[in-house]
Design a protein around this ligand. Structure first.
Ligand code: KDO
Length: 321
């Protein structure tokens, strides 16, 4: 074979054009493409795997409805998703410790918890029970109350009778009640219209979400409860993972970590800068009696069914990190 032909063959085999061993990774995510976590996946995860995989993201829950993604992965109908402790807790009760109000202190604490040995049994159960590998923790942010009504909310008792939309999972409904509100289960995609029509009195999400999904257009105030420093996990099908070479597994893990770190930095910056933007849009933003909220929420969780599923000493270990 002439050297020139051989060289061309080698170049072809090493190039992206060599489709023989390329795989496709379909991801279903309930966030819009303009969310920092989605941007991070496109800017950091996709480039890190494009030498052997076609990344196919489906935003806005356009492929699988919010809350159905984990089962889709477990059944082999989906390769990746960005899931939550709340969704995992539907199948593995002890994940509820990461859904409890006022547990994670901040983004750094979230990473310390995810990287600590205490997380190993959680990751193992997600793999054994759901066939889902939790690659990295993504920072969603400090969830705040966001109401379309304008009465002052200074302590939990002020939320009595307030119809607060919370996501569908049972741990979200519990958090809504622990705050003192009347929680209404609803998918993320329906929240804007529900606020606009008054079907609910409010919702809770971090400031970047309030801006990115334009909830500020249909609400009047934000109460800085920071009742949960929320997170998501980049979740990968175990079946697909086991089909990869060790090198490809390393590339996937590295790309996921880079996306999580990049998204965290950008989300944290947004949380700081958006306060003024929202005030300029006319929203009233203020801190309530944080001790009153924290004391009530933490005592309700400690006495809850959820706490009974938490491995002994785990909350103290999380607090010690
Ligand atoms: C929401 O539905 O309020 C929520 O914040 C829950 C999160 O776990 C996550 O699903 C998020 O929506 C979406 O990614 C949209 O930001």
């Amino acid at each position: 074979m002439p050297a020139r032909t051989f060289l061309l063959l080698v170049l072809f085999a090493a190039s992206d054009l060599c489709i023989a061993e390329r795989i496709t990774l379909r991801l279903s995510f309930d966030a819009p493409a303009t969310d920092q976590r989605a941007i991070a996946l496109m800017e950091k995860f996709e480039p890190g795997i494009r030498h052997f995989a076609n990344f196919q993201p489906h935003w806005n829950a356009s492929l699988f409805r919010q809350g159905t993604e984990l089962v889709a992965v477990a059944r082999g109908n989906l390769d990746m998703t960005v899931t939550s402790a709340q969704q995992l807790a539907e199948f593995i009760p002890e994940f509820s410790i990461f859904t409890a109000g006022y547990v994670h202190r901040d983004a750094t604490h979230q990473v310390a918890v995810f990287d600590a040995p205490l997380m190993d049994p959680f990751r193992q159960k997600a793999e054994d029970i759901l066939g889902v590998k939790l690659l990295s923790v993504m920072y969603l942010g400090r969830r705040q109350l966001n109401l379309r009504t304008d009465q002052k909310i200074l302590k939990p008792g002020d939320l009595s009778g307030i119809k607060l939309r919370m996501p569908n999972s049972s741990t979200w409904q519990f958090l809504g009640r622990a705050l003192g509100a009347s929680p209404t289960p609803m998918a993320f995609s329906e929240v804007y219209t529900a606020l606009q029509t008054g079907a609910v009195d409010g919702q809770d999400n971090p400031l970047p979400t309030v801006v990115n999904s334009r909830f500020y257009e249909v609400t009047k105030q934000i109460i800085l409860t920071s009742h949960i420093v929320d997170l998501n996990y980049i979740a990968f099908s175990k079946i697909v993972w086991d089909s990869l070479t060790a090198a490809q597994q390393g590339d996937v893990q590295k790309a996921a970590d880079e996306a999580a770190e990049y998204g965290r930095r950008n989300q944290l910056a947004l949380e700081e800068s958006l306060m003024q933007f929202l005030r300029d849009e006319g929203l009233d933003i203020y801190e309530p009696d944080l001790d009153a909220f924290r004391d009530r929420v933490q005592s309700i969780y400690k006495q809850s069914e959820y706490a009974r599923s938490w491995p002994r000493g785990l909350l103290a270990e999380i607090n010690s990190l």
